[in-house]
Design a protein around this ligand. Structure first.
Ligand SMILES: Cc1ncc(COP(=O)(O)O)c(C=O)c1O
Length: 309
C-alpha cells in the first residue's frame, strides 16, 4: 500500500499494472484477481472495494508480453508502476522466465514507469538478495515482509535515494503508522537476518529443499505422471499436473485441487502440516532436520498413494 503510494506520488500517475494470481496484501486497489485466500475460495477479487479503485488497476496474465505491451499502448503515460511477485507464490508457484522479468524491466524503463518487486515471500527465501539478486534484475521499488521481522508483524519498502526523497517529511508522500519501526519486531528481524547471513545458509537451505523433493519421489510406490513439485530456493509447490511448467494462473486446473484436499488430510493424520490449500506453497526452513524431511517424505509416499487411488 505504501509502496504503491510512493510510486504514484513520485510519478504523478494513478494507474498500476498487476498480474492475475499475484497477491500483494489486502489493500483495496490490489484485491483484484489476486491469489492467496481469495483463489482458494474461488473468487479472486474482493467485495467492498469501490469500482473507482479497481478502475485504476490494470490486470494482465503472467508470462504474456503482448498483454503488457497493449496495456502500455492503451494507457500511455498513465501507469505509475508495474507490480509483480518476481517469484509468484500465492497462486501456486508460477515460476517466470528470466527473459520475461527482463522484458518488464525494459518496458518500464522505456515508459518511465516504476518496476515494483513484491518480495514479501521471495525475499530472504531464494537468497539474501531475494529474487532481484537471484535473477540479477534491479527493480525501482522493493517490498519485504514476514522474514524481516523474524515472523513478527512488519512490512518494509525501499527504493533509490532519489525516489525515497518523495517520502515525508522530505517529500510530499505521507508515511506513518503506530507500529512502524516497532522495536520488538526490529530486534527479531535483526536476529533473523543475522542467521540468514551465516556462511552457506542459502546453499544448505536449497540443498535441504532438493533433498526433501528427492526423498518424496523416492518414496513413491510407482511413477505418477500427474504429480509434480516445482521449487526455487527454499520454496516448493505441490501440483497435480502433467505439465512440465506452469507460469500463469489460468494454466492451473482447479479440478486437480481434489487430489490436494485428500493429500492434505492424509498428511495431517501422519503429523505433516502443509498449508491448507493447493494454491499455497511450502517452505523448508533452517530448523528442519534431515530426520524431519525423511519423515515428511515417507508420509508423502503413503498419502499420495491414497490421494491418487
Ligand atoms: C507477496 C505478498 N505481498 C504482500 C503480502 C502482505 O499482505 P498483508 O500484509 O496485507 O497481509 C503478502 C501476504 O501474504 C504476500 O504474500
Amino acid at each position: 500500500m505504501s509502496a504503491i503510494r510512493l510510486a504514484r506520488g513520485y510519478t504523478g500517475r494513478n494507474k498500476i499494472l498487476k498480474f492475475e494470481g499475484c497477491y500483494h496484501g489486502h489493500s483495496d486497489s490490489l484485491l483484484v484477481k489476486a491469489g492467496s485466500g481469495l483463489v482458494t475460495f474461488g473468487n479472486t477479487s474482493s467485495a467492498g472495494v469501490p469500482e473507482s479503485f479497481v478502475n485504476e488497476t490494470i490486470v494482465v496474465s503472467l508470462n504474456n508480453e503482448e498483454a503488457v505491451k497493449q496495456a502500455f499502448a492503451e494507457f500511455k503515460d498513465q501507469i505509475a508502476c508495474v507490480i509483480i511477485e518476481p517469484v509468484p507464490a500465492n497462486n501456486g508457484l508460477l515460476l517466470q522466465r528470466k527473459e520475461y522479468l527482463q522484458f518488464l524491466r525494459e518496458i518500464c524503463t522505456e515508459n518511465k514507469t516504476l518496476l515494483l518487486f513484491d518480495e514479501v515471500i521471495s525475499g530472504f527465501r531464494v537468497g539474501f538478495e531475494g529474487a532481484a539478486g537471484y535473477y540479477k534484475i534491479q527493480p525501482d521499488i522493493i517490498t519485504y515482509g514476514k522474514i524481516i521481522g523474524g515472523g513478527l508483524p512488519v512490512g518494509m519498502y525501499g527504493s533509490s535515494k532519489e525516489i525515497m526523497s518523495s517520502i515525508s517529511p522530505e517529500g510530499n508522500v505521507y508515511q506513518a503508522g503506530t507500529l512502524s519501526g516497532n522495536p520488538v519486531a526490529m530486534a527479531a528481524g535483526i536476529a533473523q537476518l543475522t542467521e540468514c547471513l551465516k556462511k552457506n545458509f542459502y546453499e544448505e537451505l536449497e540443498s535441504k529443499t532438493k533433498f526433501l523433493i528427492e526423498q518424496i519421489f523416492k518414496n513413491l510406490k510407482s511413477e505418477i505422471s500427474n504429480f509434480k513439485i516445482f521449487s526455487v530456493g527454499s520454496i516448493f509447490w505441490i501440483a497435480f499436473t502433467d505439465k512440465g511448467a506452469i507460469r500463469s494462473a489460468e494454466e492451473i486446473d482447479a479440478d486437480s485441487m481434489k487430489y490436494f484436499r485428500i493429500l492434505h488430510k492424509e498428511l495431517l493424520e501422519r503429523g505433516v502440516y502443509l498449508g491448507p490449500s493447493g494454491y499455497e506453497v511450502g517452505f523448508v526452513c533452517e530448523a528442519h532436520t534431515k530426520a524431519d524431511l525423511e519423515i515428511t517424505a515417507k508420509a508423502f509416499g503413503e498419502a499420495l498413494q491414497i490421494a491418487l487411488k
